[in-house]
Design a binder for this molecule. Sequence first.
Ligand code: PLP
Length: 384
Amino acid sequence: MRQVYLDNNATTAVAPEVVDAMLPYFTELYGNPSSVHRLGTKPAAKIREARKKVAEFFGCDEEEIVFTSCGSESDNLAVLGVLQSHPDKKHIVTTSVEHPAVLNVVNNMKRLGYNVTVIGVDGSGRIDFEELGGCLREDTALVSIMYANNETGVIFPMKEIAEIVKGARDGNIILHVDAVQAVGKVPLDFSRLPFDLVAVSGHKFHAPKGIGALFQRRGVACAPAFLGGSQERGRRPGTENVPGIVGLAKACELAGRNMEYYGTEVRRLRDKFEAAVLASIPDTRVHGAGSERLPNTSNVCFRGVDGRSMLLLLDDVGISASAGSACKSGAGLPSPVLAAMGVPPEDALGSVRFSLSCATTEADVDYVIEQLPPIVRRMRSRRS
Ligand code: PLP
């Protein structure tokens, strides 16, 4: 049976070149990079090289990259670190569509006496600039906003958002950006974008799970949230994940090469998929269609259909997709992101996310376009 993987926002396949680059650091060069012998110094040198490559990809300095274990850890380090460094500031701003890696941390801070402003979005997933500008206060420590939404692919206008945040209160408010879904799909250049902190996750762009990074702009006060070891210049403890770091650097290199392809070919395939689905299946709509979106993401509402049952029927014909965020699927609750966009619960439960990658082919998309209409017809006829 044909296998079509359209769940790349949940995780991606590790690129063969990434696996090749990592392998020696599991087998021959397995030493601890803090060791003085050659099994340690070689991995240490490779980490320096990897850090340089990652920094080049993001347009920043090597010392501004902290290697972490994942996007969630990077988000946690950013939020908790900023709050710890600014104990007199008790106000945090975020949005209603953030990933739990940010929302759960921020909500938890309420119990510790913090005030949290959660900015809502409209039906297209857009935030109101006036609301953002108006809520910034003297005691605002941090604004944490995602670059692109994992469920709908909606991209926030980050340049404008950064201008509002950095233009307020003498530029003293720290801007953290969860760019986990944007990396590799849209160009990001931190020498041009005035972000203070940015969370990155390797497994979303063909590096393995278990490696991430935090960009921390030089001079930005963000205390280490974990204490213990002294790795990453004291900003994050734990013996370095050498193979993961090497893999992340290789994935950045590949992402640089594939960036244009995402903007043209992956976008064309996604648009072809959406046009065919909307034309061939009545009562469907694409969430966030009116907004700028990641080129690979399509979140489709099939009215009157149970999205989770649909995932199983799709899986039966070899198609992997997802309902809501990966962490939420299986929970049987409407996606909080779609709820925040004002999507009624029954429509949210009938929504399925299809996320492509640079490995998705025309034949893959044609297969899904062919398989979907009979599945939806069958599901709807069972209900009536
Ligand atoms: N932020 C966003 C927007 C995500 O989509 C995800 C994962 O889905 C994360 C953070 C967490 O990343 P990780 O799985 O690497 O912890």
